[in-house]
Write a protein that binds this ligand. Sequence first.
Ligand code: SAM
Ligand code: SF4
Ligand code: SF4
Length: 369
Amino acid sequence: MKVNAIAEAITAAPAVNQRAPDMSAAPALDGLDRPLRDLRLSVIDQCNFRCTYCMPRDVFDANYRFLNASERLSFDEMMKLVRAFVALGVEKIRITGGEPLLRRGLESFIEKLAGLTSLSGTPLDIALTTNGALLAARARGLRDAGLARVTVSLDALDDAIFRRMSDVDIPVARILDGIEQAQAVGLAPVKVNAVIERGVNDNQIRPLVRHFMNTGIAVRFIEFMDVGGAAGWSNATVLSARDMRAIVESEFPLLAPHDAVESSTSVNYRLANGQGTVGFIASVSQPFCGKCSRARVSADGQLYTCLFAKQGADLKPWLGDAVSTEQLIEAIQTRWHARDDHYSELNADRRRSGQRKTWPTVRMSLVGG
Ligand code: SAM
Ligand code: SF4
Ligand code: SF4
């Protein structure tokens, strides 16, 4: 089997009849003692939106070369991959993209995933991140297939701002319809994520809180990150989680943080005068690398151990039938053991000394945020 240079960096080329690793031990720990708990699996690199902070249209134009179908992992290959990750301690899998609802047959893949059990014996926690444009028609089928919950990205309630940021001619009402359908069919929880860019949609923070309070839908505000296709990023465009919280609290008093799940990326508050949760994801101002338990696999089978990685490790040579799942497990385990990524922390240090990140990072639309 031909193994490319990146694959060789993971471990030696897969050989048939290789000894199986001892998987009876605790979940895999990386070089900084962080367990492997979450897998973000990108099922497609294409998207029906052109969010300016992710897939700016001048880069992702008609000439942009997306993966073709034969370059994307098949669902069978993804199943093998997920089984290996589960054997290493993964309990939660988030399906993402690009726009995951553009991948044909997603429901049948979810159905197979739903049959898997985590190492601790609980069913695998399956989540989906979507821009919501196709959600209304698909929500029931996704739920029937075994999807537990969904996160919908929605950056504005104002149509003009939403169109400017997503760079598509789709009304906010269509996304809201998707969110309502998801809730109506029983996907739970349904969460809404909004990336906030200073001076672009910071005036949408309070309307979003107002709209979703008392609905059972949690809203989370994300700091604008200098990743992948983030066009026009600069320090000045980042509105810190602290400032976002101050904007929320100017109208909606918040109660102390709650449900501090160890690997959670957001700090969540309850509304004091109403039902609801508001969260803040301070990836830039307060990096949470120390508890980062996420691995990402792109739609073409590259393993990224950090959102700011320059390069992935090619898992494709381990996904064919001639290579056992045990060998794949060992390849991933080797890569995870070697992981010492903590780029957001390094970036924070750099910014404090007036420098900007200089390396090109993987595109968000390839690894799915
Ligand atoms: N298309 C789906 C969606 O938008 O939900 C899934 C993929 S998208 C890459 C996943 C998440 O990444 C979205 O919530 C999006 O807002 C976030 N994201 C993309 N670029 C970002 C950036 N530069 N800073 C912060 N979040 C970003
Ligand atoms: Fe598409 Fe999601 Fe990126 Fe927007 S954030 S361009 S919806 S992948
Ligand atoms: Fe995890 Fe990398 Fe983000 Fe740090 S910068 S939280 S290691 S993905």
